[in-house]
Design a protein around this ligand. Structure first.
Ligand SMILES: NC(=O)c1ccc[n+]([C@@H]2O[C@H](COP(=O)([O-])OP(=O)(O)OC[C@H]3O[C@@H](n4cnc5c(N)ncnc54)[C@H](OP(=O)(O)O)[C@@H]3O)[C@@H](O)[C@H]2O)c1
Length: 314
């Protein structure tokens, strides 16, 4: 089993799950990120664009399957395919950001009915997350090559470098009594990182072996305000949400304002076809919050003057 990437967050959880399931993964990456506590597996180091020149090193591992966690764009997918042996089983990670609804959410326009399914309209605008990232491109390369594409919701859990809980946790850490919150109705399907890893195992075990897409998202989604409340409860903290106008929200709490387009997706196809299920959401939330409480960012933001100014308007 080869994992392309595998040492930051989602890939790291996949490697751990593969090991626990008895597989022997090889992780392929540049070698910049080898954090303490990483599972003890073989590494092949190299910049992605150099991989095609190292076909023999890939072939020597005699992998029956490859999980591409870090392609990022079309060039990344092309480099991987040029390096890998033919006929190897392919699984590639993508995101629900491929749907037109994502573009609508960013532009504050209502474009699509939810929940989004795998046949919902795709984005018409490219590179909305910057010039380097485009999941639509990697899907266009990988699908004809027979890959199973897993479109992830917003991933949370241990080692999350995007730190999706931080807007709430930094206020808990700072001993705040009140957190200013907007309309709080945004629905953005999430998924626990350990459940993504289980989805990869389910895809590997499946008889379904042709190019196809699957949303990998939680069964039920808390709107943003309730999500904040769940984080507070999981941290056993005392932090009161105070409704303020969306227009005055501090920058890191803007996701609690009203949105034009929800990003609620259905993971029913993955449940029906792959037999995948997400784990107990309360346990996943508690485990993740506890990890982030124990591993705060080194440079966490301790200035709450924006909150104080906003709370005076409440
Ligand atoms: N986080 C989310 O909410 C979210 C949501 C939707 C989808 N996703 C999907 O999750 C995947 C990313 O997860 P992750 O970042 O946690 O994966 P990861 O596999 O744990 O980490 C990224 C890996 O890529 C390697 N890498 C980075 N640039 C490289 C390069 N130029 N050449 C070779 N190796 C390189 C890194 O190691 P080195 O630095 O040592 O090279 C690292 O091992 C993406 O497919 C993304 O679309 C995530």
């Amino acid at each position: 089993m080869i994992v392309l990437g595998g040492t930051w967050f989602v890939g790291r959880a996949i490697v751990a799950a593969l090991l626990a399931a008895g597989h022997t993964p090889l992780v392929v990456h540049r070698g910049r990120a080898e954090p303490a506590g990483l599972a003890d597996v073989e590494h092949l180091h190299g910049e992605r664009q150099s991989w095609p020149a190292r076909r023999e090193a890939f072939a020597a591992f005699e992998a029956d399957a490859v999980i591409d966690v870090s392609a990022g764009n079309g060039a990344g997918a092309r480099a991987a395919l040029a390096a890998l042996p033919p006929d190897v089983r392919l699984i590639a990670l993508s995101s629900v950001d491929v749907y037109r609804a994502y573009e609508g959410m960013l532009a504050r326009r209502q474009t699509d009915a939810v929940p989004l399914t795998e046949v919902s309209a795709l984005r018409t605008v490219r590179h909305v997350e910057g010039p380097h990232w485009e999941n639509l491109e990697l899907e266009e390369i990988y699908l004809p090559a027979g890959a199973m594409i897993l479109r992830l919701g917003a991933v949370y859990g241990e080692h999350d470098y995007q730190r999706r809980f931080e807007p709430v946790l930094r206020r808990i850490r700072g001993g705040r009594a009140h957190l200013p919150v907007g309309a709080g109705n945004f629905l953005f399907s999430r998924v626990y990182v350990g459940d993504v890893a289980q989805a990869v195992l389910a895809a590997l075990a499946s008889e379904h072996r042709h190019g196809d897409c699957f949303n990998i998202v939680e069964a039920q989604t808390a709107p943003m305000r309730l999500f904040y409340e769940q984080i507070i409860a999981a941290a056993d903290a005392d932090l009161e949400l105070v409704r303020v106008s969306d227009e005055v929200l501090p920058v890191d709490l803007r996701a609690s304002g009203a949105v034009g387009q929800h990003l609620l997706a259905s993971g029913q196809k993955a449940r029906d076809v792959l037999g995948w299920q997400d784990s107990d959401p309360q346990a996943a939330m508690r485990r993740s919050v506890q990890w982030h409480l124990e591993h705060p960012p080194e440079d966490w933001e301790t200035d709450f003057s924006a909150d104080d100014a906003v709370l005076r308007t409440a």
